[in-house]
Design a protein around this ligand. Structure first.
Ligand code: FAD
Length: 264
């Protein structure tokens, strides 16, 4: 149900370049329920701007966001000036981008701040103990642990183990953020504008590859002799990138009902 949420800003930090982490504490009401993947609406001078919730749905009295601030942008300028302790009202939650309850293996293809709703999905599932690393195949598995699950969580009815692969597209190594927490997942950061990975410490290199998300994904599937048609896909990022990823998947005979997406 769409409601107004009165919050105050409790934490704001620059992650890299124009990408900022924002954390708000709920004041009225004191709690929020949302499905991981949903967004909230912020009105700036009466104009709505949408922001995907990046925190776990089990953290009910705080909200986290990962936001790129565009110079001169309406909401960007407002958020840039916003100070700790100041009040912000959000409306929502809304949106249909959510983890599907089925036993299909899942591939996330996200670019830039498109990581925000995916972080919420993964953290929410991890927080309820629903993810475990299958060391043998190196996959993240969603486990059926229905007894621990909360009813609003989309992972609540998984009956089988489901693999999750996360491909996150960024331009260069300097654009990487939240690496330490995201490497807990089955992650490949795909650097589109680097020509080698020499600048990355040896133990971390396994989490990186060169190229666009779809190129890296296709290479990985080929390396492990996996079939692209065995997966369902979650796409998130800039409008044009998501549309071109979607068209690419359709051209590879992925049915459109197995492609879920959020265009920023
Ligand atoms: C469902 C949904 C969820 C979203 N979640 C997030 C999120 O989690 N994090 C996040 O950072 N953003 C997210 N967005 C985008 C966000 O809603 C705003 O569009 C964005 O913050 C820019 O708003 P603005 O008012 O600052 O810029 P505007 O005043 O709308 O635009 C000013 C200028 O900024 C530049 N600009 C604006 N948007 C883009 C863009 N996407 N790419 C390149 N240049 C741009 C353009 O030059 C534009 O002319 C989401 C959008 C949607 C639809």
């Amino acid at each position: 149900m769409i409601k107004n949420y009165q919050t105050i800003l409790t934490n704001k930090k620059q992650l890299v370049n124009n990408i900022y982490f924002f954390k708000f504490k709920l004041i009225e009401p004191l709690e929020i329920s949302f499905i991981p993947g949903q967004y909230l609406i912020l009105k700036v001078q009466g104009k709505p701007r949408l922001y995907s919730i990046a925190s776990s749905s089990l953290e009910k009295n705080t909200l986290e966001f990962i936001i790129e601030l565009f110079p001169g942008g309406l909401a960007s300028t407002y958020l840039d000036k916003l100070k700790i302790g100041e009040e912000v009202i959000f409306h929502g939650p809304a949106g249909q981008f959510k983890l599907r309850e089925n036993d299909k293996q899942k591939i996330f293809l996200v670019t830039g701040t498109g990581i925000a709703p995916v972080r919420s999905m993964l953290k929410s599932t991890l927080d309820i103990g629903g993810l475990k690393l299958d060391k043998e195949v190196g996959n993240l598995m969603l486990e059926d642990q229905s007894s621990n699950f909360q009813s609003q969580n989309p992972a609540s009815n998984f009956q089988h183990q489901t693999s999750i692969f996360l491909f996150w597209g960024l331009k260069t190594y300097k654009d990487v953020y939240l690496f330490d927490e995201l490497k807990e997942f089955n992650l490949k950061i795909c650097l589109s504008r680097e020509s080698n990975l020499n600048m990355i410490l040896e133990p971390d290199r396994q989490y990186f590859d060169l190229g666009h998300v779809d190129q890296v994904m296709e290479r990985q599937l080929a390396n492990y002799r996996l079939q692209i048609t065995d997966y369902e896909f979650y796409l998130c990022g800039g409008r044009n990138v998501v549309e071109s990823l979607r068209q690419n998947l359709l051209s590879k005979n992925i049915p459109q009902e197995y492609i879920y997406f959020e265009k920023f």
